[in-house]
Design a protein around this ligand. Structure first.
Ligand SMILES: [Zn+2]
Length: 144
């Protein structure tokens, strides 16, 4: 069982493969077989699930935010929600322009927001575990 917005095991596998088994921010190679050995790793939600998460959708009004559990919303990072790069991203210590966090109140969803990926460079992630290279966004695009 996975809760609302949680990545399914198959999605985690797709994300880990897409990210080359490395932290998408610092590039550290992660020991993926055992989280207790080597560097700890976790899959970060770019758009966070928030309180209530996908359950809040109202019938006929808002679509459930099912995309929160899809590949474009996940990146492999070293550490946990409090340590390593995952901790830095969670604490907002990583520049917003790098695309590791997608604001819930914005009009753009994770598939629309360019990410500076350590392995792949500037990309748009898709929900099938793929990516498309893009130009580095300029400051005006990021502010929009
Ligand atoms: Zn890292």
């Amino acid at each position: 069982m996975t809760g609302p917005g949680e990545f399914k095991p198959a999605t985690v596998v797709a994300i880990v493969e897409r990210d080359g088994g490395r932290c998408a921010l610092c590039g550290r190679s992660l020991s993926l077989r055992a989280q207790t050995r080597g560097w700890e790793w976790s899959v970060h939600h770019r758009e966070d699930r928030g309180a209530g998460g996908v359950k809040r959708a109202r019938k006929g009004r808002e679509q459930p935010r099912a995309y929160l559990a899809l590949a474009a919303n996940g990146v492999l990072l070293c550490g946990s929600g409090t340590a390593g790069c995952h901790g830095e991203v969670t604490r907002n210590e990583v520049p917003a322009r790098l695309g590791f966090r997608v604001p819930r109140i914005g009009i753009r969803r994770p598939v629309d927001v360019p990410l500076k990926h350590y392995v792949h460079g500037w990309v748009l992630l898709d929900n099938n575990g793929g990516w498309t290279p893009v130009e580095e966004p300029d400051a005006e695009e990021i502010a929009a």
